[in-house]
Each structure stands twice: as C-alpha cells, then as structure tokens.
Ligand binder design. Structure first.
Ligand SMILES: NC(=O)C1=CN([C@@H]2O[C@H](COP(=O)(O)OP(=O)(O)OC[C@H]3O[C@@H](n4cnc5c(N)ncnc54)[C@H](OP(=O)(O)O)[C@@H]3O)[C@@H](O)[C@H]2O)C=CC1
Ligand SMILES: O=C(O)CCC(=O)C(=O)O
Ligand SMILES: [Mg+2]
Length: 737
C-alpha cells in the first residue's frame, strides 16, 4: 500500500484475519476519506514487518523496511496522533520462528532464530528477535488509559439477536484450580516511591554466598510511582500442577491450562513449560538429558517437543505410555491433534476462559467430545473472577442475553502499567538468594528470598497515569450514571497502594458515594447481579483485568469482543482507536485459505473509524471529517439493523460482503445528510452505482467462495494475491477505484 504524505490518520498494517479484512476495507476508507481531503496513511506493525525492520543489514536495499512501530511509538506521545489500531500477533517462539522461516523462504536472508546463542553474532540476533516476541506492540502504543464498552446500537442488536449460549447446570464439574500459596498473589509487596527515593533504581540478586549481581540497573522510578515485586515458587508451582493433573483425573474432567504467554512473555511461558514438564513428568525424569540434547524447550510447548523427539522411538513410546495414564486433555483442535499444551499462544486466557464459560463450561477432548473441564490458572491474583463467574452461572444458569445489562471497562493501562509492563524486570532465579529492589538513594524498596527457578517480577504504575485513570472513571460515571466499581483488593499489596490514590481523589471530587471499591471476586458477583437485573456497571480496573474483562463480558453479552468500542485517550491529547477487544483470529485465515470464506467481523473497525473521523473533526477543525464520521456511524447502524455482518459458514455472505454494505450505507448516509452539500453531491452517484449494481457485486463476491484461496504467504502475504482474493468483485472495484 502506498504511503501518503502527511497523513491525517494512520491505519495499521497487521497480521492474519484483520489484515486480510483491511485489503478489502482500506481502499473503501481511502476513497471516501479523500472526498474530505483526509489522507489515510499506513504503518506496518505486523510481525513480518517488524522482523524485516530489525535486520536491515541482512536485506537488500529494496527489501528493507522502516521501523514503523518506533515511529508510531513517538507519534502517540504527541497531540497529533490519530491512529486506528487493529489487532496484531503477539508472537510466541513457535510463531516467531515460523514467520522467520517463511520470510527466509521468500528470499529474505534473515538469520535463523538462535535457540542456544553462543557467538556474539548469535547473541545479537537473539536479542533483536527477542525484542519482537510477545506483546511488543500494544504496550508501546498505549500511551493512554483504556475506555472499552459496547456502543448502544451494538448492545441493542445483541439483545434483539441473541447469540447461542451453552446451558449451565448446577452439577457441572467445570471449575477453576489455583495454587493455595507461594504464588504471585501471596508474595506480593508494594510501595509508593518517595521523592527521596526517586531516580534510577536497580534490581540485585544477592546469592547465598553473599555475592551480589545486578539483574537490572537504571530502572527509573519517579516519585509517586507504585512499585511492586513478587515471585512464584517453582517448587510450589510444580507440586500444584502435579496435583491438578491427578485431581482432574479423579474428577473425570479435562485438563486445561489458561495463561497469557503473549502479554506476560517472560513469566507465563515459564509457567507453561512447568505444565508441559508436569504432564510428561516420567518422560522428563527418564529422558531429560536426551531431550535437552535434541533441543527440547518445554516452554515452547508440546508441539515443538513432539517434532524434536519424533525420531526417537523410546521417547515416543514413553510419551504414549504417560498419555494413556493422564486425564483427558482439553483440545484446541481435536481434528488436527492440537492440544492445550501444544503452543503457548494457542490458549490465551482472556479469550479462552470466556469461550469455555459461554459454552456452559464445556471444552472438547481428543475425540471431539464435549465435556467439563478443570481450568488451571495457577496464580490467584485474577483467577478468582473466573471462579466466581462459574459459580454464579452454576447457581443461576447462563446469562439471558436478551435482557442482560452491560459491563463497560475503564482500565489503567498507560505507560506499561502494572504486570503488563513487567517483561524487562522478570527473572527466573538462577540460584537461591535474595532478589531486591534498591532505590537511587540506597533504600531497599522491596526484597524477597527466592530459590533457584522461582519466577520473580517487578512492575510499576506511574502517578500521572493513575490520576488520569481515576479522572476517566469519574467522567464515564458522570456521563452514564451507571454503577461504578473499582476492582481493587484491599488485601493485596499493590491494590492497597492504589486505593491510597483512589479514595482521596473520589472525596476531593465529592463523588465517594457514586463509587464502590471491591475485591475482584466480590466485584464479579456484584457486576453479574447487576447485569442480570438488566442494569449497567462500569468496571474500573488495573491493566490485567482490563484485558480479561473486556473479553469476558462482551463474549457473554455480545457473543464476541470484536464489536467493542475500544478507545485509548492518549495522555498527550492524541487518539488511539483500537478495533474491538480481541485478537487476530488465526482460525479465520485457515478457513479462508481452505474455502475462501472470511468470517472476520469488521464491526470493530467500523466503530473505530467513526470515532477516529469524529476525533479528526474536533482536533483539526475539519467539518467534512465530522460529516464522514457521523455517516460512518449511520452505516454501522445499517449493518446491524439489516443483519449484514459476516456469517460463519462458507457459501453465505462474508467479511467482503459486509464491506460492500458498509460502503453502500456510508455513501447513502453521505448523500442524505444536509450538513455538506458538496459531499452529498460527490457521494450521490457512488450511492446510486452501489445500489444499482447490488446483484452483480453480491454475485461476484459469492462466486469465489468454496475453493481454496492463495495468499502467497501467511505472515508475509503477497499484496497482489491478497488483493485479488479480498477484492474479487470487478464491479465493486470499478466503483471504489
Ligand atoms: N489487540 C491485540 O493486538 C490483540 C492481539 N492478540 C493476538 O491475536 C492472536 C490470536 O489470539 P486469540 O487469543 O486466539 O484471540 P482471538 O480474539 O484472535 O480469537 C478468539 C476467537 O474470537 C473470535 N473473534 C475474534 N475477533 C473476531 C472478529 N473480529 N470477528 C469474528 N470473530 C472474532 C473468533 O472466534 P471464532 O473462531 O469462533 O469465529 C476467534 O477464533 C494472538 O497472536 C494474540 O497474541 C490477542 C488479543 C488482542
Ligand atoms: O497485546 C497483547 O498481546 C494482547 C492485548 C489484549 O489481549 C488486549 O488488549 O485485550
Ligand atoms: Mg485481550
């Protein structure tokens, strides 16, 4: 896609299903925006794009790519930012290596991902690749707090067109299992940095022999920052996982582990690896050395492990023998034999737990049978929300979508708040000893005695973001009059520090009576009661619960989080408009490739586009942008009112059809509006052509379905092939181009 000069708004180039959708939608947006002299630029934050930009010296001049993420990261710290951000891959190691291999096969001379770097060159390549791993994009762009909610029209649509929900029965054996101690929850310590302590802190390991090594120096802590540290005991974790496997077997349910290995890219793959080791414990006991020699890294999952040991009949036989003893395993894809422990990025808790809950507590086993599942979430900081939700539905039956109210979210997110900013300060203890945070003035702020293998982490929440978050909560409560709950646990060290900011701020604004502060479990029960009664609630949460709740409640209320309005009010005045609250839906790409049907719903893009154009109108005084934005809202409503969202099944209208309808309703709304005669005149013939050619366009879109589609790549698709697949209607293209 050609880059326009001085773009007024930026659309992100991403991965997988949303990127395919963009191949069809972006030309429409650009054509419509040009009528108001709005330049829509693009910035490539795809995994492939980020890999290519990290290795300029390995590429030819023509192959090189600029570091668009860095540029966007600067832009969001200015008042000029107006960015539409689609979901991108937060890569696990298997995803990263697959992307590198694909690019190499396409002729990009990238180095291999060094699994065990030895030489300086390998270490340097590894460091560059590691910077691309996991959630490497969102934290860079999220220079503001999060406001996620369902637009009224979307909520009304869901009530009138309820999605299917599995039934919940009181004797369901589905449950959440967590550790009983020595987890991050139990070990958390927190402090608010004083003016005397402010400055560059360091994190040190004091080994049992008294020697001190610096794990991280130059860790800036400003006065007013809440700094936390905690650790999970590796021994306690292993013991817990072993007992959870036995417990699952005794219950006759399926074993499933739910982690966030993408966002928590250092700690959670390690926890995931412990689960792989626990599951195959007898195999690791007997063949540990052989498996290590074959390059097995349990943190990369069972899929990678099986590939590496496939030629060793003894190990394979041992794996089969253990598997026969194990309880049933929750499957990601039973047809293809993809298990819960296959890849750390396949079962991501924010999406995976709501999917189980929406299905009435059911998962699928290796034979494709539905059944109850033991949802293993080792740490207790946030597991309680799922436990309470499951208890609530067992007691009350599934949510009635036709009458349920809505839970919106105001999330503390800015400047890598809380655990989601902890990657650079997470360590797997190399030896027994003490890990401590030493302030610039020498004060020991936080300290823990750990054993080798324990997972220790520190993180911060900064004062300005906290104050901005509280203000956002006040604004949303005032605008809606809804119940408003700060989901904070007074018994948790970090939350107790945060409450010290919240309570006085509410009092100073004279609104203490309009807000409640509740621990996550109690807040879950209260919010479920509220929406069951048909009322709305605002969940004001930290960063992790922002993530979890903005999938959980939308998936229950709307069937999907794809339709969420997801606004990041940047602290420097710009706007970041995320599209939906979900991810990049790899399964959808698979379906497109197999049968040329894309079930991706662009409702999130439609909502974000309207917001972004209205924001442009405000910030640049561009009245035409406002006309386009309001018309986009009418078009979005039209998609809902007329049921023009994509269907899931091949042979029925898909993502591309919904874009045709969006363009048509948008053009019709622009023609009908009376604020700008010039725009009305411009769009009248477009609206007419789109209406007159409906049968041709819909026919051309339908004709391509049912056959495989060739994109020329997965992570790095061929632009021309993708355009051909995603824009198959010559009639529509002739109107748009
Ligand atoms: N904001 C971001 O950048 C985010 C990125 N991610 C990344 O996305 C990838 C996949 O993550 P995963 O946890 O599987 O979550 P996803 O949200 O991608 O997928 C879960 C399921 O949600 C449904 N879904 C999500 N979005 C849409 C949509 N627009 N239209 C229709 N259905 C939708 C699909 O259900 P069905 O298959 O039933 O149709 C999909 O399979 C990972 O690489 C992850 O790191 C994840 C979350 C946020
Ligand atoms: O950045 C990521 O990896 C995931 C983000 C996410 O799930 C969210 O913001 O809801
Ligand atoms: Mg999420």
């Amino acid at each position: 896609m050609a880059e326009t000069s001085n773009p007024d708004l930026l659309y992100t180039i991403v991965d997988e299903a949303p990127e395919l959708a963009s191949a069809s939608l972006l030309p429409i947006i650009r054509r419509f925006a040009s009528a108001a002299d709005i330049n829509v630029g693009t910035k490539d934050i795809s995994l492939a794009g980020r890999i290519l930009s990290a290795f300029p010296e390995a590429l030819t001049e023509a192959q090189r790519q600029s570091d668009d993420l860095a540029k966007l990261g600067e832009l969001v710290k200015t008042p000029d930012a107006n960015v539409i951000k689609l979901p991108n891959i937060s890569a696990s190691v298997p995803q990263l290596t697959a992307a590198i291999e694909e690019l190499q096969a396409q002729g990009f001379a990238l180095p291999d991902y060094p699994e065990a770097p030895v030489t300086d060159a390998e270490k340097a390549a590894r460091a560059r690749y590691d910077a691309l791993k996991g959630s490497a994009v969102n934290p860079v762009l999220r220079e503001g707090n999060s406001d996620r909610r369902a637009a009224k029209a979307v909520k009304n649509y869901a009530q009138n067109n309820p999605h299917s929900m599995g039934a919940w029965v009181a004797d369901s054996k589905t449950k959440v299992s967590s550790m009983s101690g020595d987890d991050f929850y139990a070990n958390e310590k927190s402090t608010t940095v004083t003016a005397a302590q402010a400055g560059d802190a360091k994190i040190e390991m004091v080994a049992a022999d008294g020697s001190v090594s610096v794990l991280k120096g130059g860790w800036p802590l400003d006065a007013g920052t809440i700094a936390d540290a905690t650790f999970m005991s590796a021994k306690a974790l292993s013991a817990f996982l072993a007992s959870a496997i036995e417990d699952t077997k005794a219950d006759g349910t399926m074993f499933s582990l739910h982690m966030k290995a993408t966002m928590m890219k250092v700690s959670d793959p390690i926890i995931f690896g412990h689960a792989v080791k626990a599951w195959l414990a007898p195999v690791f006991d007997k063949f540990g050395a052989e498996m290590a020699a074959l390059g097995v890294n349990p943190n990369s999952g069972m899929g990678d492990l099986l590939d590496r040991v496939a030629d060793n009949a003894d190990i394979m036989a041992a794996i089969d023998a253990v598997t026969a003893q194990r309880p049933a395993m929750y499957m990601v894809d039973s047809d293809k034999g993809i298990t819960n422990l296959h890849v750390p990025s396949d079962v991501i808790i924010d999406a995976s737990m709501p999917a189980v809950i929406r299905a009435g507590g059911k998962g699928w086993d290796a034979d494709g049978n539905k059944g109850d599942t033991n949802c293993v979430i080792p740490d207790r900081c946030y597991a309680t929300i799922y436990d309470e939700t499951i208890n609530f539905f067992k007691a009350n039956g599934a949510l009635d979508v036709t009458t349920a109210g809505s839970v919106a979210n105001v999330g503390l997110m800015a400047q890598k708040a809380e655990e989601y900013g902890s990657h650079p300060t997470t360590f797997e203890a190399a030896t027994n000893g003490t890990i401590r945070v030493v302030a610039a003035n020498g004060d020991i702020l936080l300290s823990h005695d750990v054993e080798a293998g324990d997972i220790w982490r520190a993180c911060t929440a900064k004062q300005a973001p906290i104050e901005n978050w509280i203000q956002l909560a006040l604004d949303r409560q005032r605008l809606t009059g809804s119940e408003a709950i700060f989901w904070l646990d007074a018994n948790r060290a970090h939350d107790a520090e945060l409450i010290k900011y919240v309570t006085p701020a509410l009092a100073a604004s004279g609104v203490s009576d309009k807000f409640q502060i509740m621990a996550p479990r109690e807040a879950t029960a209260q919010s479920l009661k509220t929406i069951t009664a048909g009322n709305d609630s605002i969940a004001i949460t930290g960063n992790v619960l922002r993530d979890y709740l903005t999938d959980l409640f939308p998936i229950l209320e709307l069937g999907t989080s794809a339709k969420m309005l997801s606004i990041v009010k940047l602290m420097k005045g710009g706007g970041l408009f995320e599209t939906g609250a979900g991810g990049s839906a790899p399964k959808h790409v698979q379906q497109l490739v197999e049968e040329n049907h894309l079930r991706w719903d662009s409702m999130g893009e439609f909502c974000a586009l309207g917001e972004s154009l209205n924001f442009l109108a405000d910030t640049q005084g561009n009245a035409k942008a406002g006309v386009l934005g309001r018309a986009a809202e009418v078009a979005t409503q039209g998609i809902l009112d007329n049921n023009k969202s994509p269907s899931r099944k091949v042979g029925q209208p898909d993502n591309r059809d919904s874009h045709y309808w969006f363009a048509r309703y948008w053009a019709e709304a622009l023609t009908a509006q009376q604020d700008d005669a010039e725009l009305a005149a411009y769009f009248a013939p477009i609206a007419t052509a789109l209406a007159e050619k409906e049968a041709d366009i819909v026919g051309e879109l339908a004709a391509v379905q049912g056959k495989p589609a060739d994109l020329g790549g997965y992570f790095h698709t061929d632009a021309a092939k993708t355009a051909a697949v995603m824009r198959p209607s010559a009639t529509l293209n002739a109107i748009i181009d």
